[in-house]
Each structure stands twice: as structure tokens, then as C-alpha cells.
Design a protein around this ligand. Structure first.
Ligand code: CMP
Length: 139
């Protein structure tokens, strides 16, 4: 069993895509073990994406991620990190495979609907960034 962090980003929430994302997670055997809606401050978005702070898109990305509500979830399942990344598709929706969330819904490399952790260490940091132990349901 593995856990990963999923975010329906502000563009996905604003466009009414929470249900579409959740549907795909559940249909593909990923179990949602924690879930809430948040609205990050700019500083919280900067902390979450600190690994990207030297990238040219950092300012724009953190403006976007703090621009409105987002839904954060902890997903659990066998090989959850890779399986969720397969469901999301490539960061750039233009490169994403047919049938992936980003290919089907994203409109922009930045406004790409969803986020998912890329490795076990990142997942541990990202889950802990938004959830404490009491908010994650025991199974
Ligand atoms: P995400 O998977 O959340 O990880 C970092 C985010 O930065 C990414 O999705 C996009 O939202 C954004 N991003 C990555 N690359 C670029 C880019 N070249 N230009 C703008 N935004 C980017």
C-alpha cells in the first residue's frame, strides 16, 4: 500500500471538475482516505512548491495556486503514486496520453487541473503539508 497527495487545482474547482476527477480516482481503484477544500495563501503555495522556487514559472504558479479554492486529497492503493500519475497524464496537456485527466480537461501547462506527488518522499512531505494524522482515516 502506498499513499499520494492529489490536488484538484483552482482551475479544476472553478470549472466544476471535482466530480470528474473523483470519479476517475474511484473507478481506478484509488481509495480517498482524506479530503478537504482549502484556499491557499500565496505564502502557503510558495511553501508547497518550494522545490520549484528557482523556476521561471514560480511566481505565476503560486499566484494561480492561491487564486481560489482547491481540493486536497490523500489517495491510497497499491503503487498509488505511479497509478495516479498515469491517470493525470503529462504536466503539459499537449503531451498527455489519450484518456488522461489533463488531456481531457486541461487548457494550459500551468492550469492543468490536478497535481500529484512524484515520489514517496515528496508524497510524505505533501501529505504532511495539508493533513495531520487525525484527518487521515484509518482503514
Ligand atoms: P504540478 O504537477 O503541480 O507541478 C508543478 C506545476 O508547475 C505544474 O504542475 C504546472 O502547474 C506548473 N508548471 C510546470 N511547468 C511549467 C511551465 N513550463 N510553465 C508554467 N507552469 C508550469
Amino acid at each position: 500500500m502506498q499513499r499520494t497527495l492529489s490536488i484538484v487545482k483552482p482551475d479544476g474547482v472553478a470549472r466544476g471538475l471535482i466530480g470528474d476527477v473523483v470519479k476517475r480516482l474511484e473507478a481506478n481503484g484509488l481509495t480517498i482516505i482524506a479530503m478537504k477544500m482549502i484556499h491557499m495563501t500565496k505564502a502557503q503555495a510558495e511553501g508547497f512548491y518550494a522545490v520549484h522556487r528557482e523556476r521561471p514559472f514560480f511566481g505565476s504558479l503560486t499566484d494561480f495556486m492561491s487564486s481560489g479554492p482547491a481540493v486536497v486529497m490523500v489517495l491510497e492503493g497499491d503503487d498509488a503514486i505511479a497509478r495516479y500519475r498515469d491517470l493525470m497524464g503529462a504536466t503539459n496537456y499537449k503531451d498527455a496520453a489519450e484518456g488522461t485527466i489533463r488531456r481531457d480537461f486541461a487548457t494550459d501547462i500551468e492550469k492543468n487541473v490536478v497535481h500529484g506527488s512524484d515520489a514517496p518522499e515528496t508524497a510524505a512531505f505533501e501529505i504532511g503539508y495539508f493533513f495531520n494524522a487525525f484527518e487521515i482515516t484509518a482503514r
